[in-house]
Each structure stands twice: as C-alpha cells, then as structure tokens.
Design a protein around this ligand. Sequence first.
Ligand code: HEM
Length: 128
Amino acid sequence: MPNGPQIILTLKVLVVVVTILLLASLVALALKRPRLHGHINTAFFVLTMATVVGFEALLQWVDVASAFDPAARAALHTHLYFSVPSALLLPAMIISGKMRLKRLHLALAVVFTVLWTGTVITGLGLPN
Ligand code: HEM
C-alpha cells in the first residue's frame, strides 16, 4: 500500500501531466484546430476522471488518519473542493463542445478555468 508522500507525489505528477494536455488543447484552438482541441481534451477528460476516481477510491483503502498528518489532511480537503467540481464539469464540457453549443461551452470554460487553476495551485501546494 502506498504511503502518504507517495500518494501526494503521484497526484502532483498527474496534475502536471493533464494540465500540459489542457494547455496543448488551448494551443490547438489558437492554431484554429478545434477538432484537435476536442481530441486532446477527450484524453484530458479520461485521464482526469481516472485520476479523481482512482484517488477517491485509494483514500477509502488507505488509513487516511495515519498516512497524512492534520495539515496534509486539511490541504487535501481544500484540494478536493476544487478538483471534484472540476471533474463534475468535464462531461458538460465534452457534451457542449461536441454539440457545438459554443456559448454554453465558453461559459462553462470560464468556470472550469477558475476551478482548474484552484486544483493546480492547491494540488502542487500539498505537503509531501
Ligand atoms: C478551458 C478553456 C476552453 C476553451 C476556451 C474552449 C473553447 C472551445 C471552442 C472555441 C471550441 C470550438 C467550438 C465551436 O466552434 O463550436 C471548442 C470545442 C470543443 N471543446 Fe473546448 N474549450 C475549453 C476547454 C475544453 C475542455 C476542458 C473540454 C473537455 C474536457 C473541451 C472539449 C471540447 C470539444 C469536445 C470540442 C469539439 C471539438 C470538435 O469540433 O470536434 N473543451 N472548445
């Protein structure tokens, strides 16, 4: 069973990897390649969902109280307040993008950008 620091380090690496994908998808948009943006974000969606679900599942197995000190537990909670709503928004992002509901997609993108920025800041700031 992985220990607390191993779990947090893995989480940080995954957050960085998927954020690079998200940034690449925005570069694709800037290059007027919306289909590529969609393909990259489909990968972003799958990886992010797998990370959040896998992480939540892992927390059920790991003895959270002994793996993380109170400061780490509080920081993890704050992180989950951003990452879980981000993940919940992702299906709506995929659907609104695929259905070309551009106004809805862009409105959701604003909320998503705020939540994702919070996810990255609180994720990379976790003590490990
Ligand atoms: C965060 C900022 C984002 C911005 C500014 C943005 C913007 C856009 C824009 C302008 C389009 C083209 C819409 C059209 O021409 O009707 C688009 C398409 C799309 N977006 Fe996003 N998007 C963002 C994030 C995401 C995310 C997070 C996802 C999925 C997880 C996503 C999935 C898609 C998909 C699937 C398409 C359709 C691509 C296609 O034409 O096949 N987008 N997006």
